[in-house]
Design a protein. Structure first.
Length: 164
């Protein structure tokens, strides 16, 4: 009546070792049913608690990422935008300290929106410095030349074996 039974026999000596692992505490069916009912009663509370924890973790991740981006690209962001970001960061920190999951999620979305604007501005500035069209201008013609070249060749599919 255990959980696991294991036996090993040494063929040379004929000795046999056995081990039986059993549960340390046996729960009755009534106790199991009571635990299931308690779990069902607290299901909504548990779901809300999980949502709160997930929101707090997401807020921490967004705050970390925002600070990292500002350290790396802060010199490319104008003062007004930095001020706007700092305000959104403080709002998110306050919501994360004492707010609900919904409040935190709204603040995360607001901060992400501002950060997306910065990201697009940084990439636009970088593209403008590089001349923009130079990176994408010739890629289509190379593919066309390559395809035309393949149409002019006759390709034979074959298998071979080396003899040694």
């Amino acid at each position: 009546n255990g959980i696991v039974h294991v036996s090993a026999k040494d063929l040379g000596t004929g000795k046999e070792q056995r081990i039986k692992i059993t549960g340390s505490g046996q729960l009755s069916k009534d106790e199991i049913e009571r635990m299931k009912e308690e779990a069902k009663k607290h299901e909504a509370e548990d779901a809300q608690r999980k949502a709160d924890i997930d929101a707090h973790n997401n807020a921490e991740a967004v705050l970390f990422q925002t600070k990292k981006v500002l350290e790396e690209f802060g010199d490319k962001v104008d003062a007004d935008t930095k001020k706007k970001i700092d305000g959104k960061v403080k709002e998110l920190e306050e919501a994360n300290a004492s707010g609900t999951a919904d409040e935190i999620t709204k603040k995360i979305d607001a901060l992400n929106k501002v950060m997306q604007e910065i990201g697009s501005k940084i990439y636009q500035d970088a593209a403008a410095k590089q001349g923009g069209a130079g990176a994408t201008g010739n890629s289509g013609s190379r593919d066309d030349d390559h395809n035309d070249h393949n149409h002019n060749e006759k390709v034979v599919d074959a298998e071979f074996k080396e003899k040694k």
